[in-house]
Write a protein that binds this ligand. Structure first.
Ligand code: ARG
Length: 245
């Protein structure tokens, strides 16, 4: 026990500091994006992103509570303060950097096209005049918009990627474009009905963890935790669990 005499303010300051140290941080994630984030039947949120952020939290002493949050409006939740952190397979790009701050990249991805096995489509450019399903406002949406034009009626936008894939199964769209990790996860159970098409013009994407713009203290802790789990093998073992070697 310390014998140091404290002035009136000091204990209350310490309590405040402690409070903010131990405060629970609310993490928003659109948990319909396996294997990155998904909800189990008993409503717990699991996935690669979840394990990565939990491991970061352990290193940096962050108390985290994950809340399933729809993709549309997800970014606004940082601004409003309803969420402190977002991890949702979010691709870092300049437009998003204007409205939120990102961690160092934690995952590399690329867009991938999925079509029915019987489809005659064999490359991206052949999707002209075809119906493409995407999740609204994702980088898949961007890629489709680049080919067909943002206002094209042939782009069918869904609030979740699983809904776009469902529409593909129902043949309501000719193709879906989404992140490779998610398409490959879908393919694992649907190899006999679908095939994937990659395109050399699709750019590398990097996922980042997002915080409210200007929250440098939190992003610093997240980056330190990320560096620590990369250094000690934790990142690699989580990666292996979800994506193999
Ligand atoms: N990486 C893509 C993007 O940032 C798609 C992310 C969608 N994530 C999700 N959890 N639904 O636009």
């Amino acid at each position: 026990a310390s014998c140091t005499k404290r002035t009136e303010e000091e204990p209350s300051k310490a309590t405040e500091a402690q409070k903010s140290q131990n405060a629970e941080l609310v993490v928003g994630t659109d948990a319909a994006y396996a294997p990155f984030e998904s909800e189990t039947s008993d409503k717990s949120i699991v996935g690669f992103d979840i394990e990565i952020l939990k491991a970061i939290g352990e290193k940096s002493g962050l108390k985290l509570r994950f809340v399933n949050t729809p993709w549309e409006g997800l970014f606004n939740q940082l601004e409003s303060g309803d969420r402190d952190i977002l991890i949702s397979a979010i691709t870092i790009n300049d437009e998003r950097k204007k409205v939120m701050d990102f961690s160092e990249p934690y995952f590399e991805a690329v867009q991938l096209i999925v079509v029915p096995l019987s489809s005659k489509i064999s490359k991206f450019s052949e999707l002209k005049g075809k119906k493409i399903g995407v999740q609204t406002g994702t980088t898949g949406d961007e890629v489709a918009s680049g080919l067909l034009g943002k206002t094209s009626d042939d782009i069918k936008r869904f609030e979740g990627t699983p809904l776009a894939l469902q529409e593909l199964s129902a043949r309501g769209v000719d193709a879906v474009i989404a992140d490779n990790g998610v398409i490959n996860n879908f393919m694992a159970n649907n190899k006999s009905d679908f095939k994937t098409i990659s395109d050399p013009t699709f750019k590398k994407e990097f996922y980042g963890i997002a915080v409210k713009k200007g929250n440098t203290e939190l992003i610093k802790k997240i980056n330190e935790g990320l560096a620590a789990i990369k250094a000690d093998g934790t990142y690699d073992s989580i990666f292996k669990k979800y994506f193999g070697d």
